[in-house]
Design a protein around this ligand. Structure first.
Ligand code: 5AD
Ligand code: SF4
Length: 458
């Protein structure tokens, strides 16, 4: 953190210290991590978390624009805040995230709502103290956006409360899949230097972190723009050397960029989690081509075989979309077939959503909603049938579980994740929180497992 940022934080603390905040996050892990940084900054500025949004002095909405439904939710939320603000006049509203990176969405928001006080983008989170100070002296909305990530001097280490932490390694995306808005919101790929990343991880270890998730829209592109000669697999090997790090996850990988060197990491690095998220999007070669994905279904099968040959029991997860423009019943059958043949442990399923400015939005033959909905249900049934089997197959086995917190819906239990990222619940025992512990799996369903702790914490 630069001296200048530090000084800004202190200045906000003088005027706003003791006020309360609420941060609401829409979207992906990248946004979740950005929100962690925003919360870190707010707490350094002396803000405290509000119990209810109605009582907050500052409400920050971190937005997502990947699908229309995400944008609708954001608009609904901001609309609700207008009513809250009528009762609670001192409430300040800040809107940030992907939706604000797009000029069209930003302009529409500013035109529709006059109760938004601050707008900032994904690349200038570190400017929040400055924006709060500016807003104190201004009636109009304070707006600040940067197109690309350049803030290497002002990185904000969000830290971790649960012994598991996200670490950004690359920002932006150069792929331009024809359906996707991300290259228009998050900008072009920019990697952090490996020294910077390793320093952050060493700092996290000193705070007690045992598991890191390396984040990027396409982590496999890591290092391409850097002057140092490096690659994602080289970075993984370096992270794996850090004493104290016990488990390494990463997301997201593009199948076209899964190099042999990266697959070898699954062979050589025991700390690499037994889990790979590898979005396939569709099972039809015609649709994959129209999506600009640069691989075929056969390439995907070959990749899965290679990965399973070095890690036979790896858990595979994916993203799949139904209803891409021009998708026929035959194309969709190819998707179902691929899902069955690969046997994913977990799949995130999406209805294709038109995004203005993308190539797919201009394609003819948009699939009618009723057809999309019907295919979506069929896909979900297939995905869940396989997923349930994958979970139940683990009953009777022993899994290393990193326990994070009490279970959400049952206070008497705590929950954690296996190396294959499956959720496990066991009876609550505080001494195991933050530790990786062997657990015998005693039961399960499509979404989680039950178990009992076998041993003292490692
Ligand atoms: N419509 C539906 N799903 C989308 N995704 C990205 N863009 C769209 C869109 N326009 C999905 C992809 C991606 C995931 C993060 O969101 O499956 O992998
Ligand atoms: Fe979007 Fe494709 Fe980039 Fe993923 S790889 S962020 S789907 S453009």
């Amino acid at each position: 953190m630069t001296d200048q940022l530090h000084e800004m934080i202190l200045r906000v603390r003088e005027t706003h210290g003791g006020e309360t905040y609420m941060v609401t996050t829409h979207g992906c892990q990248m946004n979740e991590h950005d929100s962690e940084k925003i919360i870190t900054l707010l707490e350094e500025m002396g803000y405290k978390k509000a119990d209810r949004e109605e009582d907050a002095d500052l409400s920050v909405i971190n937005t997502c624009s990947v699908r229309h439904s995400a944008e609708d939710k954001v608009i609904g939320h901001i609309g609700k805040l207008k009513h809250i603000k009528k009762k609670n006049k001192k409430l300040k509203v800040a809107v940030c995230g992907c939706m604000m990176q797009r000029k069209e969405s930003r302009d529409a928001l500013l035109e529709t709502f006059d109760h938004v006080d601050m707008v900032f983008g994904t690349n200038n989170i570190y400017r929040l103290p400055q924006l709060i100070l500016e807003n104190d002296h201004k009636d109009a909305t304070v707006v600040e956006i940067e197109d690309n990530y350049t803030n290497f001097d002002n990185r904000i280490y969000a830290g971790s409360a649960s012994n598991s932490a996200y670490v950004n390694i690359i920002f932006g995306c150069n792929n331009f899949c024809t359906y996707c808005i991300v290259p228009y919101t998050r900008g072009r790929e920019i990697s952090r230097t490996s020294e910077d990343i390793l320093e952050e991880i060493r700092g996290l270890v000193a705070d007690g972190v045992k598991e890191v998730t390396l984040l990027g829209q396409n982590v496999n592109s890591y290092g391409k723009n850097l002057p140092e000669k490096t690659s994602f697999s080289a970075l993984l090997r370096a992270v794996s050397e850090i004493e104290g790090i016990e488990r390494i996850h990463f997301t997201t990988s593009h199948p076209k960029d899964m190099s042999d060197e990266l697959i070898e990491c699954f062979r050589d690095l025991p700390k690499l989690a037994n889990y790979l998220h590898l979005p396939v999007q569709a099972g039809s070669n015609r649709v994959l081509r129209a999506m600009n994905r640069h691989y075929t279904r056969e390439d995907y099968f070959t990749l899965v075989d290679k990965i399973r040959s070095v890690r036979p029991d790896i858990a595979l997860s994916t993203d799949i979309m139904v209803g891409f423009p021009g998708e026929t019943e035959e194309d969709f059958a190819d998707t179902l077939d691929l899902v069955e043949r690969v046997g994913f442990d977990n799949a995130f399923t999406f209805l294709y959503s038109r995004r203005e400015g993308t190539k797919a939005d201009r394609m003819e033959e948009q699939v009618p909603k009723s057809v999309k909905d019907e295919r979506f249900q069929r896909l979900l049934n297939t995905v869940y049938t396989i997923q349930r089997k994958k979970y139940l197959d683990l009953v009777g086995s022993t899994q290393d579980v990193l326990f994070a917190s009490r279970s959400k819906n049952d206070d008497s239990k705590m929950s954690g994740r296996t190396s294959g990222f499956k959720l496990v619940h066991v009876p609550y025992d505080e001494k195991y929180i933050g530790k990786i512990v062997p657990v015998r799996i005693t039961g399960g369903n499509t979404f989680s497992l039950e178990g009992e702790i076998l041993d003292e914490a490692k």
